[in-house]
Unconditional design. Sequence first.
Length: 621
Amino acid sequence: MATMNRLYNLSFATRMWLSFVLLIIVSILATGWASYQIAANRLQENATRMSQDTVNKAGQVFDEKLQKIVMSMMSLMMSDSFHKVTSDSSLGITSRYYTHLSEMQPVFSQLLFNERILQSVLLVTPIGDFYPTNINRDTSYSFYDTELYEQIKQSRKAVWVEGHEDAFFTGKDRVVSLVIEGVGKADRPIRNVYILVNIKENDLMALLSQNLSASAGQIMVLNADGHPVLQPGGIAADVDPADLRRTMKEADRGEAASGGRFEYHAGGSDYLVNYYRSELVPDWIVYRLESKDELLGQADAIKWAAVLIMGVCVVAALVLSIFLTRFLTQPVTKLVRLMSRVETKDDLSTRYRSKYKDEVSQAGHAFNHMLDRIQLLVQEIHGSEQLKRKAEMKALTAQIDPHFFYNALHTVYCKSVLGENEQVNEMIIALSDMFRLGLNNGEDVTTLQAELDHVQRYLLIQQNCYEELFEYSIGRTPDIADTHPVLKLILQPIVENSILHGFRERHSGGAIRIEVRAEEEWLLLEVTDNGDGFDMEQARGPEDREAAPEEEHTVILPASQPARQGYALRNIRDRLALYYDQKAEMTVYSAPGQGTTVTIRIPMEREGERHADENGQTGGH
């Protein structure tokens, strides 16, 4: 009843549209399902029949190759060289072993040449083993000590061995082996003479694959116990060979048919399986598995064709109902889209426009009025924040330590008394330039070149104050413009820390290196000294731990150093945070006796500048 109430609360147009949709869906599902079932059954029947023919052909080629190898072994036993070996073997004569070994080489070579699929041949006799001398025999492994010997001794017939690692030759290749008991002349029977031939497992698998190339399915050869005969066949992870073998026996109903087909389910997938039982080795069965989903996927074309036909029949009704619905809901959809734009992109410039005066238009105009009020409030808040940040920046800039200037003036006085007028002139000019660059016409932002000039003047003055204490170098990459804007007075306090605290225990040998480079959208300013350094863990004060509890490199200064030193770097950090809206980073790396590196990472563009560029506006800081 509740569902019916909700249905009747809908408009007539919506209910009519839903009726059309329901009829269309039912028609498509019924027709598509029937077409798909008919096509799938016919396709499965044809595919399995063709697959069985292909498997039978591949299995016959497989049997023919094995039979040919057996016949080659029979030919070997008819050779004169073989009879000479077996004759001496039956008499126990070992003195002519190497003569027989040489005489057997042409026989082996001819055999391996005719049957390229063979890996090696081994003739085992009581007087010694005979094999191609171009293949290294592993003499530590005797045929008479293997289970293979016991097996053929009991069965008295040819023994086929599934794919394994060759133990008789040093190559240790994977092979399929055939062992045949040697047969002598009628008047001279022989004993304990065996021929072992190793077949290349990869080549045997390739022989099968060539004859099953039309199939996209999986190929495998299993023995009576469900173990793989050929390992390189690539058994799918969800296919259990033993379970596949049991399923085949159930499909055979114990009749041991020469071939057939059945369905197999494993790992959530259904397979159509065709198999062929080898006539030469009845325990070996060739399987071909095809995914039922992939096979029946070819019926999708028929299914979609049926859907297309049904769609053409109902397209007129659908088009009419869809266009009517869109026409009626277009104003509401437009208003919702504008609201979504404001929500996802914070675009307060969005406005709803309509030439009509219906209820939706009235709601849109009210939405516009609300956006106007919000935009005005945002501008007021932004202006207040800008004024607040400027006041904080000026307060922080004014707190830079003036002690350096007192020190410099005292040095100028001393040098003037000593008559070092050239150095006095140099220091006065440098000091004057420092004042000029530092004041920067009252602006908080200067150019990169001006900031580097400022710190260079400072270093020049300090070199005169602390003679022979340190050397310095300033480097920068050429891809950064001289006029690139940066916050002023961010390098001088870092250099001051290096001189006053890093070189506190030195009288000479100090080095300060300043490097400026660009990395993608970031500008990096790095100051490195070879001073005393400090313990990073001890350097992290409560303020730094609270700000970045997981980052050990966000250290200002060790607690053992004067408070002024930590204050100067915190001053820089706070100024960077204020100016770059928390986008800039200042990291300190140091270790006792290994110097200190301070890296300032600032964005190439501030957030405000980027928005101004996008809106086609220009402005200054």
